[in-house]
Ligand binder design. Structure first.
Ligand SMILES: Nc1ncnc2c1ncn2[C@@H]1O[C@H](COP(=O)(O)OP(=O)(O)OP(=O)(O)O)[C@@H](O)[C@H]1O
Length: 277
């Protein structure tokens, strides 16, 4: 008796059916904290890039990380996103997800999106196609523009275009966008997969004052639904968006609070802002 074609399909070795895949763990934010970083240490050839670093970020918060060059901001982002393994310490996403047990790709799937300083959009594709490709890539499907989007996915792309203020530009090639618009598009490319936590590195570097202002509006509008951590050197920008600022110095959190509180903190005046004064 020949097997029914559907049963052959069912026994293909290379298929994993959705009901057999491990369920996507939910991020447990029952204690309002979405990110716990505790006792992180990391040395590079004896130099302590992270030094017993502790950081707690609440769900829905917009947190700014500031600190002089070499303070450890990028290294911290690298550890949270699985790019670098610390020597010791723990990193938890919500109450129960131990991020140090997952690799970079899995951490992205779990809902942590990272945007590097330089935009890396596909310049030869339209704005809408960039979002579509990002959505498919994030879902682990071989990215192609030929497979159809579901209506839910189309709605999501439209809503992201709206959020990033590029509805009018959706048919433009990304290469023709301004620097600021490319940065927003790249934020949109993260948003299509609805991340819980967004890590954004120097979003306003190289932007015009108008673009900087719109970026402030965009990032503040994302907080609440998402948790946003912004690394930024532009203090005026930080002041315009941040409720809580964490100051990193020599691999540790030196001070935390509102911009006014940290600027008036004696340790900060001494080691960081004092240098500019
Ligand atoms: N892979 C590495 N190997 C050796 N040293 C490293 C490595 N990565 C970072 N470092 C060092 O660790 C320190 C912290 O760097 P990090 O990039 O985290 O600082 P940062 O706060 O992000 O600075 P910036 O504002 O300049 O981006 C620096 O002195 C850097 O040279």
């Amino acid at each position: 008796m020949t097997a029914h074609p559907h049963s052959l399909e069912l026994f293909r070795r290379d298929r994993v059916w959705p009901f057999l895949m491990p369920p996507e763990p939910r991020v447990d934010v029952s204690h309002q904290v979405i990110l716990y970083v505790e006792g992180l240490n990391l040395s590079f050839d004896g130099f302590k890039a992270l030094n017993d670093l502790n950081l707690y970020v609440n769900d829905g918060e917009l947190r700014c990380l500031i600190g002089a060059n070499g303070a450890g901001k990028t290294t911290l982002m690298d550890v949270i996103t699985g790019k670098t393994t610390p020597d010791s310490g723990t990193v938890h996403f919500g109450q129960s997800i131990d991020l140090l047990h997952h690799d970079e790709a899995r951490i992205a799937q779990l809902g942590i999106g990272r945007k590097f300083q330089k935009p890396t959009v596909f310049e030869a594709q339209t704005v809408a196609d960039n979002l579509e490709l990002a959505l498919k890539t994030n879902k682990g499907i071989l990215p192609t523009l030929f497979s159809q989007l579901s209506s839910e996915q189309e709605d999501r792309i439209h809503s992201v275009l709206h959020t990033i203020g590029l509805v009018q530009q959706k048919r433009l090639l990304a290469g023709n966008l301004s620097h600021g618009q490319k940065q927003w598009l790249e934020i949109g490319m993260l948003l299509v997969s609805e991340p819980r936590l967004l890590l954004i590195d120097e979003p306003v570097a190289g932007m015009t004052p108008e673009e900087t202002e719109r970026t402030a509006e965009l990032l503040t509008s994302l907080a609440g639904k998402h948790t946003v951590i912004v690394v930024e050197h532009d203090m005026e920008f930080v002041r315009s968006i941040a409720r809580t600022v964490s100051v990193l110095h020599q691999g540790s959190v030196l001070a935390e609070g509102t911009m006014d509180q940290v600027q008036n903190h004696p340790d900060v005046i001494e080691v960081y802002l004092g240098e500019d004064a």
